[in-house]
Design a protein around this ligand. Structure first.
Ligand code: LLP
Length: 437
């Protein structure tokens, strides 16, 4: 993946940096982000969707991985940014991200968050429900502003992925339900309300999707809705946002399609449906998160305890775990591993890579094939760039790891490691708990 290689010493190199050296310089666990890989993925999306033409926009979903440095990369590649909270919006604004390219998602944006978005003058509000539509209208009017709105719709499409990351089915907390006319009613209301400008429709059918067909279906269903909206209200769907969800490689059996394939399918189907339904062709928006940053990030750990239960299993414990990557515990997500200091050696044993958290479910890889593992080895888990750091916690009072950005042999810190003082920074001891003495 990306610019990963093995050098003449048999050590793993990412972005021109020896992983063993990175571990020495920055400590472990360490998130390593390959800048060329992130940029290359951005460019592949940008080109495939012909985003430069103005007929499409690629919007990076910040929930996958967002820091101020990441915002700078995304901005410089010409992509938009999908934020889902005041915190993500704050991060983008702090990095100087172009506000007109910010898209604000979320099924329960607070009063304060909506104000924050209006105040900043962000590009689009992705409105999820009637409560939000009414509130946004009121706030915009009070401020003498007009909020550009895209309505999030649940199209009732089933994509094959984990239950927790499926979002397109009817019984979902997200969006206006399509069957039953709720989505149409929402468009009608958006057309009536002052302070609201209806820009278009959005759907997101799920995450880590390998097939093209669900996107095809989504376009068809959404274009039908656009036609119904036009018919009933006269409103034109100028923008059709099809969300993200493009699958990536984690482990054997994952066969991601080239980005080009998704783009060709989506763009062709939009053109076809627009012609068939006699609608103006909408600007196509997509919101990739995982497929931009997932393959570009890896986590380096140091091997500590090794425990063998003869005839049963060999546990290899590393200095991180579910606190820095909850995906295996939460979704049964699978990963592979490489020993960065023995990258040239063949795999000879099957081991279970476990974390250091006080919980039996704290497993990172149930079956990893590795060369002989010893204490002190640097174990690298590739493809942890998406939803690793963003879902990290301080469980067991572990500080969140540092993150570095590597490129051309240079490593720059983009997130500092949390130390012990960070862990108690927000703790407060009430006066009545004064030291008894
Ligand atoms: N747009 C919307 C509206 C979304 O809800 C999401 C993801 C995306 C875009 C980006 O999807 P992506 O291209 O990254 O698949 N924590 C889970 C993934 C949750 C995804 C939630 N929404 C995981 O670790 O697999």
């Amino acid at each position: 993946q990306g610019t990963m290689a093995i050098n003449e010493h048999g050590r793993l190199v990412i972005g021109g940096c020896e992983v063993v050296q990175l571990a020495r310089d920055f400590g472990t666990p360490l998130y390593i982000f390959d800048e060329d890989c992130i940029r290359d993925n951005c460019r592949q999306f940008y080109r495939a969707f012909n985003a430069g033409s103005g007929q499409a926009e690629v919007i990076y979903a910040g929930k996958a991985f967002l820091t101020t440095a990441m915002c700078r990369i995304i901005a410089s590649e010409g992509l938009g940014l999908d934020v889902v909270s005041g915190g993500e919006l704050y991060t983008a604004l702090a990095a100087g991200f172009p506000v007109e390219r910010i898209y604000f998602h979320g099924n329960n944006k607070s009063y304060a968050e909506l104000c924050q978005g209006l105040e900043a003058g962000i590009g689009r509000f992705m409105v999820d429900n009637f409560t939000e539509l009414e509130l946004l209208s009121r706030l915009a009017v009070e401020r003498g502003q007009v909020a550009k709105v895209i309505l999030r719709v649940t199209p009732g499409i089933e994509a094959h992925t984990h239950d927790y990351i499926r979002t397109g089915q009817v019984d979902s907390k997200f969006g206006f339900t399509l069957p039953g006319g709720q989505a149409l009613a929402a468009a009608r209301r958006a057309g009536e309300l002052p302070g609201i400008e209806f820009m278009g429709l959005h759907c997101h059918i799920g995450s880590q999707i390998f097939e093209l067909e669900p996107y095809n279906e989504a376009v068809a269903v959404m274009m039908e809705l656009a036609a119904a909206v036009k018919e009933a209200t006269g409103l034109v769907t100028a923008e059709l946002d099809l969300g993200g969800g493009f699958g990536i490689y984690y482990t054997t059996g994952d066969e991601p399609r080239p980005i080009r394939a998704y783009a060709e399918t989506i763009l062709a189907r939009v053109r076809e449906e627009a012609r068939r339904l006699n609608l103006p062709q909408p600007r196509v928006l997509v919101e990739p998160g995982r497929s931009i940053v997932g393959p570009a990030g890896s986590t380096a750990y140091t091997v500590g305890t090794i425990k063998e239960i003869p005839g049963v299993r060999k546990y290899v414990a590393v200095d991180g775990g579910m606190a820095d990557n909850i995906r295996p515990a939460l979704y049964g997500a699978k990963y592979e591993a490489i020993l960065a200091n023995k990258a040239g050696m063949p795999a000879t044993e099957k081991v279970t890579v476990t974390g250091k958290c006080c919980e039996s479910g704290d497993m990172l890889i149930w079956e990893a094939e590795l060369p002989p593992v010893e204490r002190g080895d640097i174990l690298l888990m590739p493809c942890t760039g998406a939803y690793g750091y963003t879902m990290a916690s301080n469980y067991n009072r572990l500080g969140r790891p540092a993150a570095v950005l590597v490129r051309d042999g240079v490593a720059d810190l983009i997130i500092k490691r949390e130390d012990y003082s960070d862990l108690i920074r927000n703790d407060v001891i009430p006066a009545r708990l004064a030291c008894p003495r």
